[in-house]
Design a protein around this ligand. Sequence first.
Ligand code: FO1
Length: 307
Amino acid sequence: MPKILAITGGVGGAKLALGLSKCLPAQDLLFAVNTGDDFNHLDLHIAPDIDSLTYALAEQNNTELGWGRADESWQFIETMSSLGGQSWFRLGDKDLALHMRRTGLLKQGASLTEATAIITKAMGIKHVIAPMSDEPVRTLVHSDRGTLAFQHYFVRERCEPRVTGFDFDGISKATINPLIQSFLPICDGVIICPSNPFVSVDPVLTLPGMREALTRIPVIAVSPIVAGLAIKGPAAKMMAELKIPATASAVAAHYGDLLSGFVLDQRDADQQSAITPKSYVTDTIMDSVKKRIQLAQGCLKFLAELA
Ligand code: FO1
């Protein structure tokens, strides 16, 4: 079995992550997850991309909302609101337990990696979710409404501000998770899942030493843009605001010479000639578990051909 590192952010990436988890056993598949969306809210350490992946791998993700846990109730946040507390960031009652469990573990001195391992094990997840770093990295969004913390941009301001750029606060002092560092030398391929290139994938790639570590490994990326639209989230809007065409080929160009291969949707097949690395055209819309598995299988086959 090939040993694969999957780099992922939230929702879009988590769908492919579930598909990959059905194709490869835990010892052959490691998830490197973005932590730039994390923030401290209501005295809790919130880690949205870790949680999206956790719920996805446990098949308990909330498919209506696209984030959070399935079968949720909202007593806590509604009561918080009635008491005049902050309720713009919707914390479901079950989700709240996860944030309180993680925050308690961190307060006892556990690392984010250790806390994530305890929680994922308790949820019956066999695969390892590695936060990209155990040191804090926080995505800052520069916009026409000033510089915003990521969740303030994404949730409180509903992605309305016009973005001009991003910074990853703390990244120069952050080290790559040792779980990822020890996996890279035995890694046969890297799959960049279809998450937002700017705010979900770039924080992982920008960690000191990460791009260098990936140069000797075949890396493919799956386009999060299909027919000019992001399946979920503000990627296409950000590209327009950054004066980048909202196209699959522009995503491939964004990753540059890091890529050995690029996976794009059949609706964008006409862009293949504009894409420098080898490309693989397929159906990338993952609207069922079966489709998640099919795309994962296609990516693994494509990677094997590139090796
Ligand atoms: N996204 C929203 O659009 N509104 C919310 O109220 C919200 C709450 C929330 C709570 C926990 C969590 O893990 C994620 C949550 N998200 C919410 C999604 C989150 O902002 C995004 O998943 C990522 O940060 C972007 O990928």
